[in-house]
Design a protein around this ligand. Structure first.
Ligand code: FE
Length: 206
């Protein structure tokens, strides 16, 4: 941190504003006071780093592409469908799956804050929580999509779904051509987080 830019008379200049350092300080304090157990903390961090993330959503979408009965259930009652696969818990209580088609592309936002299907996609990316994305996804979705590298033909309508703490959306992207007969595992590897938010498309095999 460049100290010369600071007013050294201000007490705050003694405390670095680096969030990581502040988190560490809080963690040390809470553990010191016996309010949290470090092993539990490590377990929570490990869960979100390795067990909960877009790979779960990708598995759900790949299965929906491969299994018509599962796809029908997913579109009818996504919470029940993904629970069957072991995906449930915090921020995953009321999930609704919306499917992209040849004529309608879906885009998910939370205009109020940052509601997001955690058990399927993990922790939301920074841009999802930004004021700019939350305002512009509704006002000018095509422009936002273009900035993500998604340009849709004019005949494809864009529909924006606004998440709330009551309903969290998962986009089921379109299955790319050239993947006929692929296994669920192979399909899942193609499916990105952004495709399940609607800010991306699933690219086929090159
Ligand atoms: Fe929210």
């Amino acid at each position: 941190m460049p100290h010369d830019a600071h007013d050294h008379d201000q007490p705050h200049s003694l405390l670095p504003s680096d969030p990581a350092l502040r988190v560490k300080a809080l963690e040390t304090l809470l553990i010191g006071k016996g309010l949290v157990d470090p092993a539990t903390l490590d377990e929570i961090i490990d869960t979100y780093q390795t067990k909960i993330g877009p790979q779960n959503g990708a598995e759900v979408v790949a299965r929906a592409w491969s299994d018509d009965a599962f796809r029908d259930l997913l579109l009818k009652d996504a919470t029940a469908a993904v629970s069957q696969m072991g995906f449930y818990g915090r921020q995953g209580e009321h999930i609704v799956a919306v499917q992209n088609t040849d004529s309608v592309h879906k885009l998910v936002v939370c205009t109020l804050c940052s509601c997001y299907p955690w058990p399927l996609l993990g922790i939301p990316p920074g841009w999802y929580k930004s004021d700019a994305y939350r305002a512009r996804a509704v006002r000018e979705p095509r422009k936002v999509l273009a900035e993500f590298g998604v340009t849709l033909p004019d005949h494809v309508a864009v529909r924006v779904w606004d998440s709330t703490s009551e309903i969290r959306y998962l986009v089921v992207p379109q299955r790319p051509a050239g993947t006929e007969g692929w296994s669920v595992d192979a399909l899942a590897k193609l499916i990105t987080r952004d495709a399940m938010i609607g800010t991306g498309l699933v690219a086929g095999p090159s």
